[in-house]
Design a protein around this ligand. Structure first.
Ligand code: GLC
Length: 452
């Protein structure tokens, strides 16, 4: 089977958060199942050294081709749209005003190639509208429904044709995500929990819940994974000493290195946070309780940027021995998973959640809010002690967050054996992509069957 992945991000070429990791993970896992995946993505400013100009005419003339472990990666050369500093906007968390035009043009190129494939797999709002023009059956995966792409209706009709106007129509504007949801042959998302949530909750679904809840072929939630080949503390070269679930002593070297790097005081309990610092991640919950938690021992290493950076930087200014913040680099992320004692993810909503999986894989039991994919993967130490791998709370409130952080700190300090038990469960669970890839393959088969 030949599948075209239409994406805005793919690790290691372009990533802003979990999306790029997820794309690389699913694509490689599908390749192991003998699905031929070709990825098409923009030729961003940072990628102009990558790939060779491809032969061809028409839209194909703008394609560069690169090989990633045997997988074809096509880069769409459209300098007017993509020769810019950022993926979505000039700063993390910002958006270019002509988002609709850049992605509209990108969708057109992808659709022009669609006929060469059995299935076209679209990811998120930027690429969703490809479904309007695709000549092959389409699957749309929602990694995050909170970022729709809106266009002026007349221009959208020009890009996607007059027949698409009704599907695009959204309160006087054109909505690529809505159109993709209605036009795709199957919609999926990245965890079962989030699938239920976006079919009901207008806030997390950008108001698309009614559409998502009334699809002819109901929304399917397929839990994300992580690339075990690339993220394994037994073989990870980026951390000072490798380790596996049977002996966690070498983790101490990562902890020491993390402390030396951040200058934080090591007497506390180190909580990592890795990802986009945005409203979605629930940072606001920490504000009212952070001082008291720091007094009780909380140390926070925050890695990543976003529109909530100021909040984190204000903590750093107030509590320089206890809070540290730096831009994302993969090596730093690995050091935080390996050297942090725990990992904090109090997300307001979380479609899949990868940080929690990396943290568990590296032996840092996470503290999460039970929402979306976090509720599908984290098991609380007090409610289900036999199989637990972390801590969680339901209420989106500062008190609930503080209570769970306090429980985690108490267990870490007073009951090291139980703590080691949480680490062991997290590290010996298979978080790989293979089960997800098998389910995507099944989805492709169903879609092909329906389109026969
Ligand atoms: C987005 C979501 C995150 C998910 C990732 C990959 O970044 O916010 O929850 O894990 O996409 O699917």
């Amino acid at each position: 089977m030949n599948v075209l992945f239409v994406v805005a991000e793919m690790a290691p070429y372009a990533t802003s958060g979990g999306l790029g990791d997820a794309i690389a993970g699913v694509a490689h896992a599908l390749a192991r199942l003998d699905v031929q995946v070709t990825v098409i993505m923009p030729r961003y400013q940072t990628l102009t050294e990558l790939g060779e100009p491809g032969p061809g005419e028409g839209p194909a003339r703008s394609l560069y081709e690169h090989r990633d472990n045997g997988m074809r990666v096509l880069l769409v050369d459209d300098p007017e749209s993509f020769d810019r500093p950022g993926i979505y906007g000039p700063e993390p968390g910002s958006a270019y005003e002509d988002e609709w035009r850049r992605w509209g043009r990108f969708c057109q190129v992808a659709a022009a190639l669609s006929g060469q494939f059995d299935v076209v797999h679209l990811h998120d709002a930027q690429t969703a509208a490809t479904a309007l023009l695709s000549s092959a059956p389409t699957v749309l995966t929602l990694h995050n429904a909170a970022y729709p792409v809106m266009a002026p209706p007349d221009e959208a009709a020009e890009l996607f044709g007059d027949e698409s106007v009704d599907l695009l129509e959204w309160y006087g504007e054109a909505n690529y995500l809505k159109a993709g949801i209605l036009a795709a042959d199957q919609v999926t998302t990245v965890s079962p929990g989030y699938a239920r949530q976006i079919a009901e909750d207008p806030e997390v679904s950008s108001g698309l819940n009614d559409h998502l809840g009334n699809l002819l072929h109901p929304l399917i939630g397929i839990m994300n994974g992580i690339e075990l080949r690339r993220f394994d503390p037994r073989t990870d070269e980026a951390i000072p000493a490798q380790y596996g679930p049977d002996d966690l002593t070498p983790r101490g070297e990562s902890r020491d290195k993390l402390l030396a790097h951040t200058g934080l005081d090591g007497s506390g309990v180190i909580f990592g946070m890795v990802g986009r610092m945005t409203g979605q991640k629930g940072l606001e919950l920490l504000d009212p309780v952070i001082e008291r938690l720091i007094e009780a021992g909380l140390r926070l290493v925050a890695v990543g940027n976003g529109d909530d950076d100021e909040r984190v930087d204000a903590w750093v200014a107030r509590f320089p021995e206890a809070v540290w913040h730096a831009p994302y680099t993969q090596d730093l992320a690995r050091l935080v998973w390996a050297g942090g004692d725990s990992f904090l993810m109090p997300s307001k909503f979380e479609p899949g959640g990868l940080g929690n999986l990396y943290a568990m894989q590296y032996g840092a039991p996470p503290v999460v809010r039970f929402t979306g994919g976090l509720a599908d993967t984290v098991i609380d130490a007090d409610t289900e002690p036999e199989i637990a791998n972390g801590f969680g709370f339901d209420d989106y409130s500062s008190d609930a967050l503080a209570a769970s952080v306090e429980r985690a700190m108490a267990l870490y300090r007073d009951q090291p054996e139980r703590w080691a038990g949480l680490q062991k469960v997290g590290m010996t669970t298979d978080w790989g992509w293979d089960p997800a890839a098998a389910r995507y393959q099944w989805v492709y088969r169903r879609v092909l069957e329906r389109n026969k």
